[in-house]
Design a protein around this ligand. Structure first.
Ligand code: DGL
Length: 264
């Protein structure tokens, strides 16, 4: 199939978190059509082994490729950390993950070369962020910490809650960094709490925005920016459509209308 300008961008995440990336892409590129897949039947990915996460990521990609997309955005840190190579080997499509854009942004804003990274167990175990940061600047000190309780707290909607704050205090104890990468698509939703706990002087790097900027620059480079005057977003989920709509409304600050449940 020939890749052309007005085909949609495909985005997948293990569930809802990737909506933070979708939102930034839509704000930056309002003329793009988007297809979003949330693999809500198999979330969370962050507690699984790389083999399983790769298997899930390949099946998500296969589904989106069949919808004729022009670019794939892996809007899940856990999938990006473990599966990008396998996706690129298997499919012939431009692919953007969330790790490199976040790493690039962090390396460019740190002034004391001490960067912290927080994410799921699988993301932190992969060391994908420290590898990406060190490939840009090997003199940067990277402290990585898994924060597995954040995703369920966010899914529960406890965004600005004393319990979430207490958990953040435990996870972020003694982290002396000037820049902290929110290495999980859910974490921008608790940016306020994290900022309060780590200290307002610490720069928080949100990979959602840096990924959207990367999408724009790759589409420009490939001459694939859409010249549509309209845009559409179609959502697919593998389970829990009503829950996705309800919580997704909070993530996107708008209704999710065009949505379908599918089996992969
Ligand atoms: N989307 C995942 C990530 O960005 C978090 C949720 C999960 O564990 O599946 O790492």
């Amino acid at each position: 199939m020939k890749i052309t300008k007005n085909l949609p961008i495909g985005i997948f995440d293990s569930g809802l978190g990737g909506l933070t990336v979708l939102k930034e892409i839509q704000e930056l590129l309002p003329n793009e059509n988007i297809i979003y897949l949330g693999d809500t039947a198999r979330v969370p990915y962050g507690i699984r082994t790389p083999e399983t996460i790769i298997k899930y990521s390949l099946s998500n990609t296969n589904f989106l490729i069949k919808k004729d997309i022009k670019l794939l955005v892996v809007a899940c840190n856990t999938s990006s950390a473990t599966s990008l190579e396998s996706i690129r080997e298997e499919f012939n499509i431009p692919v953007i993950g969330v790790i490199e854009p976040g790493a690039k942004m962090a390396a460019s804003v740190t002034t004391n070369r001490n960067i912290g990274v927080i994410g799921t167990d699988a993301t932190i175990k992969s060391s994908a962020y420290s590898k990406a940061i060190h490939s840009l600047n090997s003199s940067i000190e990277v402290t990585e910490r898994p924060c597995p309780l954040f995703v369920p707290l966010i899914e529960e909607g406890w965004l600005n809650d004393p319990v979430t704050e207490a958990v953040a205090k435990r996870y972020l104890e003694n982290m002396t960094v000037d820049t902290l990468v929110l290495g999980c698509t859910h974490y921008p939703l608790i940016k306020e709490v994290i900022g309060r706990v780590i200290g307002t002087n610490v720069k928080l790097v949100d990979s959602a925005l840096s990924t959207a900027l990367e999408v724009k620059s790759m589409l420009e480079k490939l001459d694939l920016l859409s010249n549509n005057n309209t845009n559409s977003t179609k959502f697919f989920v593998t389970d829990g459509l009503i829950r996705f709509k309800d919580i997704g409304r909070g993530f996107l600050s708008r209704e999710i209308d065009d949505i379908e449940k599918i089996d992969l």
